[in-house]
Design a binder for this molecule. Structure first.
Ligand code: FCB
Length: 441
């Protein structure tokens, strides 16, 4: 069994969460966000559940930070909600700033390194009304938010990520319609695909001017596997790879977008998008990598661009229906270092699995998660041995929480949450991780 001593000195082991998924947006003067309206539209979210109470972390944050510390973790990846800090998208809510101030101090008091994410999807409704990420102006509002929250927390956080998972923000939410705002519109998609990176660039520039160190972005990656070795399926899989795994990192590191994606999105891109690429391509201090699974694709003749379809694979699956494929994590860590970021520090900022966990006699047995976690840690260790500069690993998630369109049904936590009583019960995977991370002192 791996322990912390199998990893380089200073490697950060952590767990991750996001504001809307745990805090409870009904508390503390938080404003409405596009997830509230998406969730209250029938058919979008399982049982139309929303994040108004979630895990009530807003009130129980001390207990939750204690859980991180007792697991012997070194860091905590959390996010600061735009709608909590700026309920109308413009004016600052002092209660929101105070909450995050207490939270960061609470982490430091427990020896936990704060890894902050600025946008983990709470677009204030007032800005969603103006077009959200389809509107270029939103990018400037995001830079304003980034500045306001950083003025308050910037002296104490270890690292800041601008955006969590641009692919989900843009493609999943504007092309597939699965996440808020639930659009299925190629023109909106092209705009969101570009504007989300422009928002990143503007925020980065603003925070750099303030002298803020250790700035990065969190991208997600999905291993693209062709369904067969026919040239058509290979091309379909390459296109998926370009849409998911190359668009954002190439925008940042090469200041251009993949040609096979521009073939479809080009006519819908905002005017003169090329002029933004220098801003988007500013150097990063670190890269965050979220990795969960792989997908198989085949060519789908007779359907509009991108003309591909999902083909089910044969690997064991999680409660989300996602195939378990740790080799994919090794693949991306090596590939990103080799093709894109060289020696830049990389953090695995999310990796985890959902499982239908139940409490029995006060305990939760999730051996399957333990094995998932340790095989992905082993893939990370191998990537380090093969030359990738990986500096940390954050498990998704600390707590069972609001899993977006899946409501509260899918459980990703190291800690079980009873959504009636809000009682927290550490699972067996939590205890296994705590043992592996014990410091021998
Ligand atoms: C990622 C999200 C995170 C969580 C996990 C399961 O796409 O960043 O909020 O939902 O998936």
């Amino acid at each position: 069994m791996l322990t912390r001593f199998d990893f380089p000195v200073g490697f950060v082991f952590g767990a991750a969460t996001a504001a809307y998924q745990i805090e409870g947006s009904a508390f503390g003067g938080c404003g409405p966000c596009h997830w509230d309206s998406f969730a209250s539209t029938p058919g979008n979210v399982v049982r139309a559940e929303d994040g108004s109470r979630a895990c009530d972390h807003y009130h129980r944050w001390e207990e939750d930070l204690d859980l991180l510390k007792a697991a012997n973790l070194d860091g905590y990846r959390f996010s600061t909600s735009w709608a909590r800090v700026m309920p109308d998208g413009v004016n600052v809510n002092p209660e929101g700033l105070d909450f995050y101030d207490r939270l960061v101090d609470g982490m430091l008091a427990r020896g936990l390194k704060p890894f902050q994410t600025l946008y983990h999807w709470e677009m204030p409704s007032a800005l969603a009304d103006l077009g959200g990420w389809t509107n270029r102006d939103t990018c400037h509002r995001f830079a304003d938010f980034s500045e306001a929250i950083t003025r308050r927390l910037g002296d104490r956080v270890s690292a800041i990520a601008t955006i969590n998972e641009p692919w989900c923000v843009a493609w999943l939410s504007h092309f597939m319609g699965v996440h808020a705002p639930g659009l299925r519109d190629i023109r909106a998609t092209a705009r969101a695909m570009h504007h989300i990176l422009l928002a990143h660039g503007l925020a980065l520039e603003r925070l750099r001017c303030m002298g803020q160190p250790n700035l990065g972005i969190v991208l997600n990656f999905d291993h693209a596997t062709p369904a067969t070795d026919s040239p058509e399926d290979q091309a379909a899989s390459d296109l998926w790879d370009a849409i998911f795994n190359r668009w954002f990192i190439e925008g940042i590191t090469r200041r251009t977008y993949p040609a096979n994606v521009l073939k479809g999105l080009g006519p819908h891109m905002p005017e003169n998008w090329q002029d933004d690429m220098a801003l988007i391509g500013q150097p990063l201090d670190w890269l965050g990598v979220n990795y969960y699974t792989r997908h198989l694709h085949a060519h789908a003749p007779g359907t509009p661009w991108p003309s591909l379809r999902d083909v089910p694979g044969e690997l064991p699956r999680t409660q989300m229906g996602w195939e378990i494929y740790p080799e994919g994590l090794h693949h991306f860590l090596i590939r990103l270092a080799r093709d894109h970021v060289g020696d830049l520090p990389i953090y695995v900022t999310e990796n985890g699995m959902a499982n239908a966990d139940v409490v029995e006699d006060g305990q939760v047995n999730d051996d399957v998660r333990e094995s998932f976690l340790f095989t992905h840690l082993a893939a990370t260790k191998q990537a380090i041995a093969d030359g990738a500069n990986v500096r940390g690993f954050f498990y998704w998630s600390l707590l069972d929480n609001y899993e977006w369109a899946e409501g509260y049904e899918k459980r990703f936590g190291l800690v079980h949450v009873d959504f009636d009583t809000l009682a927290r019960t550490p699972k067996s995977s939590y205890h296994a991780l705590a043992r592996a991370l014990a410091r021998n002192d």
